[in-house]
Write a protein of this length. Structure first.
Length: 76
């Protein structure tokens, strides 16, 4: 019994590392998604104007929910 237990744990490392599938399926999702062209966006302000935008976003247009600032709803 002890010998079987020893052998089981001795040869155990050889059956590890096959968790995430083979490389044959690599890139499956990217190839399935439809290609969408990038949209033109207005340029983002630089320097002082960008700092002003951040200030207004953080301190002027604050959304309070239950006395706290609202968290990012897009966070994963």
């Amino acid at each position: 019994m002890v010998v079987l237990t020893f052998l089981r744990y001795y040869f155990r490392p050889f059956d590890h590392g096959k968790v995430h599938g083979s490389l044959a399926r690599a890139g499956k999702v990217k190839s399935q998604t439809p290609k969408v062209d990038k949209q033109e966006k207005p340029k983002q302000p630089k320097g002082r104007a960008y700092m002003r935008l951040l200030y207004t976003k953080r301190f002027i247009n604050v959304t309070l929910v239950n006395g706290k600032r609202k968290a990012n709803s897009n966070a994963a």
